[in-house]
Write a protein that binds this ligand. Structure first.
Ligand SMILES: Nc1ncnc2c1ncn2[C@@H]1O[C@H](COP(=O)(O)OP(=O)(O)OP(=O)(O)O)[C@@H](O)[C@H]1O
Length: 817
């Protein structure tokens, strides 16, 4: 035994001994140990994070109060420490709230709100207070004056990490020259090594918040950095919204079902979710019924037997089921139901219940007899049994009558290659299984959920394959399921009420699926304040002197019940450095993200785009593109998913990543067009220069040799310059690509149109392939010398289109498309 080895009982710890060391950990204690999670890993970073938390709060508070932000940030060296002061002209904080806001972690006004704001968690500023007290031992000094009050409140406080409560040292009223606002003073161990990140944060904050005035004083600056207001217009006021049905998760849904005051499912849907009115709630309910109860297959009354016989037998059965209503009323009752059933192609069990109910009401009113619930039930049972077992007790008869119905549906769903025997074989096997479906108590209502239907079709197809030597592949089976399911009827049963669903995870999960499957309007965007395309571009223009700018703002989408909007911008050329990777600016809810670029979803998306298609270099064909470009991405959401509490990087949420990609591609398409045009223009210019020099000399020579006048070189120049022209014409939704071959040889072109919406009306032989919501139309026209060829199709007027032309040397090509 080595010295490291121990035997049982020696050096081991019992559960009881362990238990002695186990105790609750307070939130504040936890964050004290895990400062890095909140962005306070080092003195350099801690200072930037503290500025960011205080400035974000100042912007949130002023905007919420409808005040144009005027923010003052000061960093000063004081002995061994740095002192940070952040002042705003916001609405101030009341005396009661102030200690909790700054002296308690996880306390804030935004965590439960579905509304775009910079703050989300109720951690930021108290974490800065905690960091300051841990590193300097000094309390936070806070001054706040609420609008309309004559005096300000002054507090000195620290956080008690055991209890996560503020410990107030000083609390007094004071005078302050600002008429309202908040001032925070924190002393901390810090340094200015992250100066560039600090400046980036302030500068980029000013870019995306042109309505704010921000001033920064810090030890390295002789003059304060001042960002004046570029507009008096505050961002659009945001409104709080309820969750969207497409985004909630099961746990949240169950919590909501538990907490709601609504009794009915319809009421719950309309009360608790955004974009759900009566009609949408009904659609959700129908989808839910399909999952919870299954759908019903209708039974034919007419197939395989003379209508009069069927009608007569149903009537007889009904008469026998009704007693004490008198012959006249009974006759009318039986006739009407029988007639109604034989008139219909198929009737489901629930459909029959409805017919009986309607006829009972009508006949009751007309004859003064009461057809109560027992009579109705008896009538339904009698008619159903007659309908499903017409003429005989022999089960074969049922099959004979159901098989043609199923044959029709199977035949519709399977390809023409399936022969009659196969279709018939499958229809018979399906009919057998439908007839054999039994409810434990009561009649066979032929109800099935989609899952059960799939099993049933699989079984029937397997049997047919085995006995009839036919094949039914996966696609054929899926088509049969789809055809049957689409013809089966949603049942009208009342859904379980809210508390029943809340108590049953499986049912709640059916509801969730139904919500996700229902078409529902996107969430309202008034809870979001995107920067807008114009201002994204204007922001870039303000900061970067480039040759080209493009921006895009996507429509709102949902993730986790929260709507979000993605915006992207690209600046290219000009003074932007051409060497190295492009610069990526990341924003979340108008807050610049300065750290953890590599861990951010935005970076991942930029890397996975094939930038060479859009005219930017991308060493190795993947990763960050390089060249003189800046890409900016803004994600606005009522709940931005960050990778950690320090809110440095966006987490990888597929829905958001897809939208980031689409937003970037939208702007990148514009970049591509610009670069293509620029390239082709440059080539043309080059050629023109050369031709401009050579042609006159040639003309001179020709004149000299032939002894004639100078030939006219104007036309020759134009012709050579327009060797093969590809032009686009758009007239409403009609797009025409015109290829004119001015050259003296026949040309075969390979033209790829990249369009942002699905093209319609393409001629035979020209197809469109969809990739990531872009359609690639490949057209290969042969254009004889001197001929013109046109490609015509339709495209929505707001869709983008851009053509790439191969097959002809660039020098012989003039593309204007
Ligand atoms: N300058 C301020 N003026 C007015 N209210 C403020 C100010 N700073 C903070 N608050 C209030 O204090 C709360 C807590 O702020 P804190 O920074 O801890 O969290 P947050 O901003 O809500 O979220 P996050 O942790 O994501 O930053 C805010 O929700 C807000 O209600």
């Amino acid at each position: 035994m080595t010295s490291e080895q121990t035997t049982l009982g020696e050096g081991t710890t019992t559960a009881e001994e362990l238990a002695e060391g186990q105790r609750e950990i307070s939130i504040a204690e936890f964050f004290e140990k895990n400062k890095h999670m909140l962005g306070f890993d080092s003195g350099a970073r801690g200072l930037v994070t503290a500025v960011k938390e205080a400035v974000d709060n100042a912007l949130d508070a002023t905007e919420e109060a409808g005040i144009r932000p005027d923010i003052y940030v000061e960093i000063r060296e004081v002995g061994d420490y740095y002192r940070l002061v952040v002042e705003d002209n916001g609405p101030g904080i009341t005396k009661e709230q102030l200690p909790k806001v700054f002296g308690k972690l996880l306390y804030g006004s935004r965590f439960h709100k579905r509304e775009q704001s910079r703050g989300q968690q109720g951690i930021g500023i108290s974490a800065a207070v905690l960091y300051s007290q841990l590193t300097s031992g000094k309390p936070a000094k806070i001054t706040s004056r609420t609008q309309g009050s004559t005096e300000a409140e002054y507090f000195e406080l620290i956080i008690d990490t055991d209890t996560n409560e503020p410990e107030i040292g000083t609390a007094e009223t004071t005078s302050w020259d600002r008429s309202h606002g908040t001032r925070i003073e924190l002393e901390m161990e810090a340094n200015m090594r992250a100066r560039s990140q600090l400046h980036d944060y302030i500068k980029h904050t000013a870019v995306v918040n042109p309505h704010a005035r921000i001033e920064l004083r810090e030890p390295g600056l002789d003059e304060p950095l001042k960002f004046e207001r570029a507009t008096d217009q505050l961002p659009a006021e945001t409104k709080e919204i309820r969750p969207h049905p497409h985004g909630v998760e099961l746990g949240t849904l169950i919590k909501m079902l538990d907490a709601t005051d609504s009794y009915s499912l319809s009421g719950f849907m309309q009360e608790e979710f955004t974009r759900v009115g009566k009609k949408t709630a009904d659609s959700v309910l129908d989808n839910f019924r399909d999952r919870h109860f299954g759908r019903e297959l209708g039974w034919p009354a007419r197939n395989g037997a003379p209508t009069a016989d069927v009608e007569a037998d149903i009537e007889t059965a009904l008469r026998e089921a009704v007693s004490n209503k008198g012959a006249d009323a009974t006759d009318v009752f039986a006739e009407r139901i029988a007639n109604s059933l034989t008139e219909r192609e198929r009737t489901t069990y629930s459909g029959l219940v409805e017919i009986v109910g309607t006829v009972a009401d009508e006949v009751g009113t007309e004859t003064g007899k009461t057809f109560g619930s027992t009579v109705r039930e008896n009538a339904v049972e009698a008619a159903w049994s007659e309908l499903t077992r017409f003429g005989s007790d022999d089960e074969g008869d049922d099959l004979d009558r159901l098989t043609p119905t199923l044959y029709e549906l199977v035949d519709d769903a399977t390809s023409t290659r399936k022969d009659d025997a196969a279709v018939n074989g499958l229809s018979e096997r399906l009919a057998e299984r439908f007839v054999a479906l039994g409810d434990d108590d009561g009649p066979n209502r032929m109800r099935l959920t989609l899952g059960d239907l799939k099993t049933l079709v699989d079984e029937a197809a397997d049997t047919t394959e085995e006995y009839d030597d036919e094949t039914f592949g996966d696609t054929a089976r899926e088509n049969v399921v789809e055809s049957l399911w689409s013809r089966m009827q949603t049942v009208p049963d009342d859904p379980p009420n809210v508390s029943e669903i809340a108590g049953d995870r499986d049912t709640a999960s059916e509801l969730l699926e139904a919500m996700r499957e229902t078409d529902i309007l996107s969430p309202p965007t008034d809870c979001l304040a995107p920067i807008t395309e114009e201002l994204v571009e204007a922001g870039l223009r303000k900061e970067y002197d480039a040759d080209f700018y493009a921006a895009s703002t996507r429509d709102a989408e949902v993730h986790g019940g929260d709507p979000f909007v993605v915006e992207a911008g690209i600046a290219y050329g000009g003074d932007i450095p051409a060497d190295g990777s492009v610069e990526l600016l990341r924003f979340a809810n108008r807050v610049p993200l300065v750290y953890q670029r590599g861990a951010c979803a935005t970076t991942n998306v930029v890397k996975r785009i094939g930038w060479r298609n859009y005219g930017l270099d991308q060493p190795g064909g993947s990763g960050m593109p390089s060249g003189p470009a800046v890409i900016s991405i803004h994600v606005a959401s009522t709940n931005v998913p960050f990778t950690s509490e320090s809110k440095d990087a966006l987490a990888s949420v597929p829905e958001i990543e897809d939208e980031i990609e689409l937003a970037i591609r939208e702007a990148a398409r514009e970049l591509k067009s610009y670069l293509n045009k620029r390239r082709s223009m440059a080539k043309r210019r080059e050629k023109q220069d050369v031709l401009g020099r050579i042609l006159p000399q040639m003309a001179e020579k020709v004149a000299e040799v032939t002894g004639r006048d100078h030939p006219d070189i104007e036309g020759a120049m134009a012709r050579i310059m327009n060797n093969v022209g590809v032009d686009r014409e758009r007239d409403g939704e009609t797009v025409t690509l015109v290829v004119e071959n001015h050259s003296d040889r026949n040309e075969s072109l390979e033209i790829t149109e990249i369009v942002s919406a699905e093209p319609e009306g393409l001629p035979d032989g020209v197809d469109a392939i969809e990739m990531d919501e872009e359609w690639f139309v490949n057209w290969n026209p042969d254009v004889d010398s001197g001929e013109t060829v046109e490609l015509e199709y339709s495209l929505p007027t707001d869709a983008d289109a851009d053509a790439t032309v191969d097959g002809v040397d660039d020098e012989k090509l003039t593309v204007n498309a």
